[in-house]
Write a protein of this length. Structure first.
Length: 255
């Protein structure tokens, strides 16, 4: 009997099932068009600037960006519980940026997020990180997403930060460790960046951890059905390389 090529362990429930395609970010959050997916090894061999993919081989994705990472049940549940409200938030934000491109020239943009569901937005972000990090153990996050009403989020172990995407390179960075030779410290992160926001998951942050973006970890304190108006100061970050937490401008890279 021929095995289904998409059989695997669901990134959320952990059960061995047939996996469905999970759009990351959701399809309605500016991720419904064809995309070009490049091989990272070819990228490193290239002498092009980090944002220049000219001449590199790529695979065309007809569905947008994403992975076969969730079983049908978890895909449907997260979409119904969190996806719509996340997309509403992102669509409003993205349309504001499209209409006022000059906003991205600022260091910080004050975003008046009205009528949002903070917990739902946070859980959608975490579900995306779980899909991206299927091969890594992130204790407590699966349980947090599986129970839509749960507020049991370990704020000492994890931080979630977001920023306004100002760049040309879409990022999907699974769990990695960054070292700082000046402070002899390490930072454990995973990062997703696509218009209009970038998202960073910090694992085991400490006093030496340099936090980039706006910390929205406290979104976990709200109830599932709790709607809020929140003033969010979002930092504008240049994204010109696929490397984690690299926010150098093109001119800084070219020096």
């Amino acid at each position: 009997m021929k095995l289904d090529k998409h059989m695997g362990e669901c990134a959320i429930c952990g059960k061995m099932k047939k996996l469905t395609f999970e759009h990351i970010p959701p399809k309605a959050a500016f991720n419904g068009s064809k995309t070009k997916q490049y091989n990272i090894s070819d990228y490193f061999k290239s002498e092009n600037m980090p944002w220049d993919f000219t001449g590199l081989k790529y695979k065309q994705s007809q569905k947008g960006n994403g992975f076969y990472s969730l079983c049908r049940e978890c895909n449907n549940n997260t979409g119904a519980w969190y996806g719509k409200d996340y997309c509403d938030f992102i669509t409003k934000l993205g349309n504001s940026i499209i209409q006022q491109r000059a906003l991205l020239q600022s260091q910080v943009v004050q975003i008046d997020a009205t009528d949002i569901y903070p917990l739902r937005i946070l859980k959608q972000i975490i579900s995306m990180f779980l899909s991206l990090n299927r091969d890594f153990d992130l204790p407590g996050l699966k349980e947090f997403v599986l129970d839509k009403n749960s507020k049991s989020f370990d704020k000492n172990k994890y931080k979630i930060c977001i920023y306004l995407f100002k760049g040309t390179v879409i990022k999907f960075v699974p769990f990695c460790v960054l070292g700082n030779i000046k402070t002899f410290s390490i930072t454990k992160v995973s990062e997703i960046a696509d218009f209009p926001i970038g998202m960073i998951l910090y694992i085991d942050p400490n006093d030496n951890t340099k936090i980039e973006g706006t910390d929205i970890t406290e979104f976990s304190s709200f109830n599932y059905d709790e709607k809020q108006n929140i003033l969010l100061p979002l930092y504008c970050k240049d994204v010109n390389t696929p490397f984690p937490c690299d926010f150098r401008t093109k001119s800084e890279i070219m020096k």
